[in-house]
Design a protein around this ligand. Sequence first.
Ligand SMILES: [Fe+2]
Length: 456
Amino acid sequence: MPETGRFLEGPFAPVTEEVTAYNLPVTGRLPAGLNGRYLRNGPNPLGLDDPNYHWFMGAGMVHGVRIRDGKAEWYRNRWVRSKALAEAHNETWPGGPVHENMDFGANTHVIANAGRTLATVEGGGLPYELSYELDTVGPCDFGGTLPGGFAAHTKLDHRAGELHAIAYFWAWDHVQHVVVNSAGKVTQATDVPAPDGPMMHDFALTATQVVLLDLPVTFSINAVTEGREFPYVWNPEHQPRVGLLPRDGSSGARWFEVDPCWVFHCLNAYDDDNGRVVVDVCRYNGSFDVSAMWAAHGPVTLDRWTIDPAAGQVSQQRVHDRWQEFPRVDDRIVSRPHRFGYSAVIGAVARAITGDGEFSDDAFANALLRHDLVAGTTETREFGRDATVGEAVFAPSSSDAAEDDGYVMAFVHNPERGASDLVILAAQDFTGDPVATVHLPARIPLGFHGNWIADR
Ligand SMILES: [Fe+2]
């Protein structure tokens, strides 16, 4: 097993303090219409002494920046208070529902639904509700309407007001498609048979279909007995396939075989005019052992799958061949045709999870990409040496602005200060000076996902 300490060092190193800071210094000018919070979740283990530490298993910590009326009002970072985390802080756990003994400080994403702020995780756990100021309210099972666990990744169809998720759990012989309405109640839960206990980290949504990724990373009881902290391994016996499940649950999934690969994340998907489904993914070619990491064989590229139900086939096209991850679109367009996509080049992540040699020169290891998928062009915004960048999130300039009319924001490490900045770019001036840079009082470890959550 490879050493795992690399996820406790350098840009991954956890922070030890919860910080509250007000009236943050800003370079540039925060757009007057940008009122809300940029929130981002990620693992932040309490200690550095776990020899089996896996990046996916650190206790969740949510970092947030509140922006209002052209001011950066506050920065906060807070651990998500699972029972264990609350006890470690000598606090009383707020209590609440727990699915199958899977209480965990949700560490993967943070979303808004029905006025709630929810930190989310997958694999059987429930979301944790947070207050506006990021304090833990407690576990959330959507008012008792969620039958099992939930998921880290969700897709909100803004027009329909439906929040979709795919829940998986090692003891199930199925995965579960869940729909949550804008009132925060589960309205639909459909079991989809799935052998071997696959890890389904992400999925995609079209106007009519859920796109399922059933790839060969599956639960392993041997990994548990070997003491691996994250028990999902590459399983060459598991046929890789993608599925189309009608969103309304009117029939079962149709499956289409694909070549062995791994996909953490989809950019977006849509129904085209010819009865096909188009889905863009960051694809790890060949095998990838999520439990061990550092075990990818091929490159990670942005690829387009076109699923043709009539022909029963999936065709594959390379969109962009640079290593990239954390693909995002303008969230208002999820499930409909997208023109633009944003992704992150993170040399530290590429090296740590795939041992990728492409990043021997650190000066070109930190970048954000803006893809124009209609023009077939990509703009690259490089950050400097040691200026580690995370996932970029799009915020529209107004609720009815056109796709790509808005801002792309991400936490970027500022090596001169030894702390992080929130960098806000104009999407349509991607390589120009940032619109604004908010200087945060602390370093933010590399983490996973977040959202711009506009005030309502
Ligand atoms: Fe993810």
